[in-house]
Design a protein around this ligand. Structure first.
Ligand SMILES: [Zn+2]
Length: 236
């Protein structure tokens, strides 16, 4: 899988605060409703005293960061009194402003045009970023964010009243979760040139791994195995 460089864009005007001791346990996905450049400007301008996000993924697949994962960003707040409007189970359970325990990712896009769908390179970048955040939190706090829809959610689930279209119904949650999960299935494909393709064929159940948790990407395929793959593709 391609390795990404995160470009730091936060400045002294970027809104942030301490997490007050809360450990991040959810990843919240958003849509910018504007260009990546306008989001970068907005998150770094002195006149913005209201919002920020940890990360931004542009439509050309570049990842930007504004707030450290250790710090709190103001991306998906809900006052304690409004928590009952949330559709997210975890938000109801925790009963505090969800910003304290979330890591937020903005995705460049305009709902009316994309309904939340990502470009191909944007999808690849955000899958990598989700994994990066999960690994970072595991290393820092020894907490593993489960790869499921309870812990990887959309802003609309936190605030269905004010943010019903963030990040939009075409945001590929299922694809992201499947890819993150299949990555954990095989322990010998990270960095392999075919990692992306292996995850796709595994996710589609066209080719699966071995019982020892390996995919053995460089092992030769037998004629019988190839026949099976072709039969699956033919829907036989
Ligand atoms: Zn949002």
């Amino acid at each position: 899988m391609k390795d990404y460089t995160i470009i730091w864009k936060g400045n002294k005007h970027t809104n942030k605060s301490s997490r007050r001791g809360y450990i991040p346990t959810i990843i919240v996905d958003h849509i910018t409703e504007g260009s990546a450049n306008s989001a970068i400007n907005w998150f770094t301008t002195p006149t913005n005293n209201v919002s920020s996000a940890h990360f931004l993924v542009s439509r050309d697949g570049q990842i930007y960061q504004f707030v450290k994962i250790e710090d709190n960003a103001w991306a998906n707040g809900l006052k304690a009194k409004d928590i009952s409007i949330s559709k997210a189970e975890i938000v109801k359970e925790k009963e505090v402003n969800p910003n304290w325990y979330s890591v937020s990712i903005e995705h460049e896009g305009i709902y009316n045009k994309t309904k939340g769908a990502l470009t191909e390179v944007q999808l690849e970048a955000t899958i990598w970023l989700h994994q990066y955040i999960i690994d970072y939190i595991k290393k820092k706090w020894d907490v593993k964010i489960p790869v499921d829809r309870k812990h990887i959610l959309g802003h609309y689930e936190i605030d269905p009243i004010k943010k019903p279209n963030c990040p939009g119904e075409k945001y590929p949650f299922e694809q992201i979760l499947n890819r993150l999960n299949s990555k954990e299935v095989f322990n010998d494909i990270k960095g392999h040139w075919a990692e992306k393709y292996i995850m796709i064929v595994a996710q589609e159940q066209i080719m699966i791994g071995f019982p020892d948790g390996e995919f053995k990407p460089d092992k030769q395929i037998t004629r019988a195995e190839l026949a099976k793959v072709i039969a699956i593709l033919l829907n036989e």
